[in-house]
Write a protein that binds this ligand. Structure first.
Ligand code: FE2
Length: 289
């Protein structure tokens, strides 16, 4: 398997101040002390950052950092891309410096989502994670990466072919019929220990439907819910997903796409299966999700 985790993400956001408040005071993320000017680095663990926020009117996803294990795997993956005619650009030393990684390439997936495949993230063990506000536990990252995202797609089969080439594994996990007679399928791709790192099939706000952060203590889900519910629109009420068994809720971020806070997610399944409904709860009450 080539891609090992969803390592970091980059968002272009128009209101950095609103994001700092949302991230620190409501979600519990840490702003790295090296943040300055038009950039905020957000942390969930001892990585230098898991999220880069650049001041930018896009209010959208502008980079998906996918990690490979090391220098050899990085070279092997580039060779695979070349052999399959997938175009990519070598990241310069300056770009690697900017992203705080040893090496990277940049490319687009079939839906035009901007990818940055890298190895060697900067890990700041000298700055242990310090949450932006009180937490019962911590964010769960480790072998599962920073969390997961549902991103824009045009064609599910094309996305499956592309991400399978990168060494990810997965497929359709939901077939949902809506009350208006419409139906949709959602596809989930895993790497590392999390049920899915990237998924496709739901409407996106620009390039992203939502990003999920997992906590290791159930109380942090509802503690966060209690904090955000009167300040930010709740888009999906608390409930439990059928595919990864994650208990979670969704709220709208200051940029319009959703943030999911979850607990208790299962690892990736080896054999495929699908669902027609979530386990319980998760009422859609607004937003892109
Ligand atoms: Fe999710």
């Amino acid at each position: 398997m080539s891609i090992t985790e969803l390592g970091y993400v980059r968002f272009g956001v128009s209101d950095l101040e609103a994001w700092q408040t949302f991230a620190e005071e409501f979600i519990g993320l840490e702003v790295h002390p090296e943040s300055e000017g038009d950039r905020l680095y957000l942390r969930l663990d001892d990585w230098h950052h898991r999220i880069i926020l650049d001041k930018n009117p896009a209010n959208d996803l502008i980079g998906i950092g996918l990690r490979v294990a090391g220098a050899q795997e990085f070279r092997d993956l580039k060779q695979t891309l070349k052999e399959h005619g997938v175009r990519f650009e070598e990241g310069s030393t300056e770009l690697a410096h900017d992203r705080k990684v040893l090496e990277l390439i940049t490319l687009e997936d079939p839906a035009g989502n901007p990818l940055e495949i890298f190895h060697g993230p900067r890990i700041d063990t000298h700055l242990p994670f310090y949450p932006g506000r009180r937490m019962f536990g911590r964010f769960l990252t480790a072998e599962g990466g920073l969390g997961h995202m549902i991103i824009k797609h045009d064609n599910l089969n094309e996305m499956w072919e592309f991400y399978t080439l990168l060494g990810m594994r997965g497929g359709i996990e939901y077939q949902i019929s809506l009350p208006n007679g419409q139906a949709f399928e959602a596809m989930f791709m895993d790497c590392g220990e999390r049920d899915h790192a990237l998924a496709f099939g739901l409407p996106a706000h620009g390039r992203i439907n939502h990003i999920m952060f997992e906590v290791d203590n159930f109380d942090d889900v509802m503690f966060t819910y209690a904090k955000v519910k009167d300040k930010y629109p709740i888009t999906i009420t608390p409930g439990k997903h059928a595919n990864d068994q994650m208990f979670s809720f969704y709220c709208k971020s200051p940029s319009g796409f959703d943030v999911e806070i979850g607990y208790g997610g299962e690892g990736a399944k080896y054999q495929s299966q699908y669902h027609v409904s979530d386990t319980y709860g998760h009422e859609f009450v607004g937003g892109a999700s």
